[in-house]
Design a protein around this ligand. Structure first.
Ligand code: HEM
Length: 520
């Protein structure tokens, strides 16, 4: 038989191409994976995503279901979009999903291997989590820091009273960043801050540089195999910023060890003291390394500064845009203070549930961590699909907190939705309030502003105190107008990946008008 090799290879390549195309466009369900939209070569589903990733994923889940297979460049993830599926990951199988996956190349991190926030679920993470719960962020330790929170809130008010007297506008974004940096710096290394008042600013600068480089490096995940190359030089910049941080913190730790930072006994212990006590404790369950301590401190700054500042900005934006709710909070504050003309204190917060509810509602609409990350530690069955060990998961907290099946009018700002009606309680301003502080974290998988399960936020209690005291004080002391005589912020309120783009990247420029003088 006369074989025509040219036609044969033509047929062969056609068949291979058809097979590859079919495989590419065969729905993932038929391959035993959770469903997902059709992917393009290399790009995956990138062409379907808009600037707000959580919002795009929420929209896609309406077609592809609550457990959906998505590929963004080289990042293959399962996206969870409803609370029933989230419950399986965060509650039912919590230990099996208690690791987190990380974006982007990690070899530029000088402290590689010393991570806590992104640590796999293992002995080091468990040890540090216990240390956080029993010592660093335990209730008694947070109580010790009350003075720091109240002192820094007063400093903010002092600066705003002055601006108000001079008829100046202020950038609330900058003010909040300064507030949260000073509070955390004093909690972490209070003794050193007393000796060097510029320290918080120095730390803030370095941490901002590190976060900016880390965010840009994270995006390299989308570049597939090229991700490990430092094409844009961010890896080099990251390394140099971390070395700057290392030099600063090394000196601070040494001064603490040498007793140069002073020691006023047990009551005065800050976070560095506790970490060094653990480091020097021969009976500790695990021997901490200095690198772990240094990186843990850096991670604390990275986890708390932008998040708290962004949450404060979102809350003020919502309150300025909803004057009726602003007024109700002020009335609530007046009602608990009676005739005493004083500024609210932390001990008043439990009696201000409407204020708490307004903050909780802000974080429902604008979560600063809208996508929770998880990685499975073993093979599992979720919603009837086989989920292999090592699968990366996004839980779309943004989508779950705007699900109309759980929240009526999910896009509206309605703090009342978190106030439980109790017929026997005293009726105030048209609502029956629960007489205790609203729990911001909770065990509820419908509310994920602070995450949930083993990897939930460890700073939630501290953050809620800072948010409530700051917002309460700003409402009690000032009327707020937007710079430029407009009544409202015409800010398109997007909810992005990180806090740095708060309020659509616009500064929160507004003018405070003194209503109650806390120093008068
Ligand atoms: C308004 C302020 C804050 C918000 C909205 C927030 C939110 C979050 C979220 C959503 C997570 C991920 C949770 C999960 O995956 O389930 C998280 C993790 C974390 N947050 Fe916060 N956070 C805030 C402030 C803070 C502060 C002030 C600190 C510490 C001082 C802190 C410490 C942490 C830590 C240590 C983790 C990692 C826990 C782990 O992986 O084991 N956060 N936070």
């Amino acid at each position: 038989m006369d074989i025509n090799y040219t036609s044969c290879s033509y047929v062969f390549f056609t068949l291979i191409t058809i097979f590859l195309l079919q495989r590419l466009f065969t729905s993932s369900t038929r391959r035993g994976l959770p469903p997902g939209p059709r992917a393009l070569p290399i790009l995956g589903h990138m062409h379907l995503l808009r600037s707000s990733l959580p919002r795009s994923l929420q929209a896609l889940s309406q077609t592809h279901g609550p457990l959906m297979n998505i590929r963004i460049g080289s990042l293959q993830v399962l996206v969870v979009s409803d609370s029933d599926t989230a419950k399986q990951i965060l509650k039912t199988h919590d230990p099996d999903f208690a690791s987190k996956f990380v974006f982007g190349p990690r070899h530029f991190n000088v402290y590689k291997g010393a991570e806590f926030f992104n640590a796999p679920y293992g002995p080091y993470w468990r040890f540090m989590k216990k240390l956080c719960m029993t010592k660093l962020f335990a209730g008694y330790q947070l109580d010790r820091f009350v003075g720091i929170r109240e002192e820094e809130t007063l400093a903010l008010l002092r600066s705003l009273v002055e601006k108000s007297r001079n008829g100046e506008a202020c950038d609330l974004g900058l003010e909040f960043t300064a507030l949260t940096t000073k509070i955390l710096s004093k909690m972490v290394m209070g003794k050193r801050c007393r000796q060097n008042s510029n320290l918080p600013i120095e730390i803030r600068r370095i941490v901002s540089d590190i976060m900016a480089c880390a965010t840009r490096l994270g995006l390299m995940e989308l570049f597939g195999p090229l991700r490990d190359l430092d094409v844009f030089g961010n890896g080099k910049k990251l390394r140099s910023s971390i070395w700057r941080y290392d030099a600063l913190v090394e000196k601070i730790l040494k001064d603490y060890e040498d007793g140069k930072s002073g020691n006023d006994g047990e009551k005065d212990k800050d976070i560095v003291d506790i970490l060094l006590d653990t480091y020097n404790d021969p009976k500790a369950e695990l021997k901490l390394t200095l690198n772990q301590i240094k990186f843990f401190i850096l991670e604390l700054f990275m986890a708390s500064l932008d998040t708290t500042s962004a949450a404060l900005q979102w809350t003020m934006t919502e309150l300025i845009n909803h004057q009726d709710i602003f007024t109700k909070i002020r009335e609530e504050i007046k009602s608990i203070l009676g005739n005493t003309h004083r500024l609210i204190k932390e001990s008043d917060l439990q009696k201000l549930p409407y204020l708490q509810a307004a903050i909780k509602e802000t974080l429902r609409l604008h979560p600063v961590g809208p996508l929770l990350r998880r990685e499975s530690n073993r093979d599992m069955n979720i919603n009837g699909y086989h989920v292999k060990s090592g699968t990366k998961i996004f839980i779309n907290a943004y989508g779950i907190m705007r699900d109309p099946r759980t929240y009526k009018d999910p896009d509206k700002f309605v703090p009342e939705r978190f106030l439980v009606v109790e017929e026997n309680t005293e009726r105030k301003m048209g609502y029956h309030y629960q007489q205790y502080m609203l729990e911001l974290k909770g065990q509820d998988v419908n509310y994920l502003a602070f995450g949930s399960g083993r990897r939930g936020c460890l700073g939630a209690s501290h953050a809620s105190l800072v948010l409530s005291l700051t917002i309460g004080s700003l409402v009690q002391c000032f009327d707020w107008t937007v710079k430029g005589d407009e009544e409202k912020f015409k800010i398109k309120l997007p909810t992005g990946f990180s806090a740095s783009g708060t309020a659509g990247g616009s500064s929160l420029m507004c003018s405070p008008k003194l209503y109650f003088d806390p120093f008068g």
